[in-house]
Design a binder for this molecule. Structure first.
Ligand SMILES: Nc1ncnc2c1ncn2[C@@H]1O[C@H](COP(=O)(O)OP(=O)(O)OP(=O)(O)O)[C@@H](O)[C@H]1O
Ligand SMILES: [Mg+2]
Length: 214
């Protein structure tokens, strides 16, 4: 699903490279959790895969253009901004040029949030907001779902619901999942592979192999 060959990147264009000759091969239908210290370039790698940043050198090939993205939550996200769930999703429909008016309801049903259509985003809990951001990411029926720390700052109950949604999408809809994780337990419980990032490198382990190293 994702092939990365000799990827090199730094924000300055010069050494030191924060990603230094990365090679990865992420298979269709896998669920990969990216682990690594703060600043180990996890979000940067995700942005390169999403084509939001350009590699200094190297090649990233994706098998699909249908990608859903749930960004890392911003701490001072203006939750007072007066917009309802369906207004936000309607906006995203336009971005994706979707015509089917059911796509909003379909995506809300996929995360069990169909009763929140007319709720203001600012009136929701962090967990509910996150489910709405997952719904938004699902609107174009993605083949690949990329999430950046899906459970950071979210209550335990919502965390469990969110991972059960993600796991369902992976197992039953065959969506390939790439999730940056600080939640080690969630990574161990749900993923098929761990991508460990340290010192500018990235190594992919099958989950059982990774567990044996702990
Ligand atoms: N837009 C930017 N311009 C310049 N440097 C940046 C930019 N974004 C990130 N960096 C730097 O690149 C390095 C990697 O950042 P990145 O956000 O990818 O790390 P991360 O692994 O996602 O960290 P965290 O776990 O804190 O989210 C850090 O040293 C960071 O300061
Ligand atoms: Mg990050």
């Amino acid at each position: 699903m994702i092939q990365i060959r000799n990827l090199i990147f730094s924000y300055t264009g010069n050494t030191p490279y924060i990603l230094d000759k990365i090679n990865l091969n992420i298979m269709e239908r896998s669920y990969v959790s990216i682990l690594g210290e703060n600043g180990s370039a996890k979000t940067t790698l995700v942005k390169l895969i999403l084509n939001l940043l350009k590699p200094l050198s190297g090649i990233i090939t994706l098998d699909t253009e249908k990608i859903g993205y749930v960004p890392q939550r911003v701490e001072n996200f203006n939750s007072q901004f007066p917009i309802t769930v369906s207004e936000m999703l309607k906006c995203h429909m336009k971005v994706l040029k979707l015509k089917n008016s059911r796509s909003i309801l379909n995506s809300l049903e996929a995360v069990g949030m169909e009763n929140f259509k007319n709720t203001l985003i600012g009136d929701m809990s962090g967990g509910q907001q996150q489910k709405i951001f997952i719904a938004r990411a699902l609107m174009g029926n993605p083949k690949l779902l990329i999430l950046d720390e899906p459970s950071t700052g979210i209550d335990i109950q919502s965390q469990q619901e969110i991972y059960s949604i993600i796991k369902h999408l992976n197992l039953h809809l065959g969506i390939t999942v790439l999730a940056v994780e600080h939640n080690l337990k969630a990574a161990l419980d749900n993923s098929t592979h761990i991508c460990l990032m340290e010192n500018g490198s990235a190594t992919l382990y099958p989950i059982d192999e990774y567990k044996e190293m702990l």
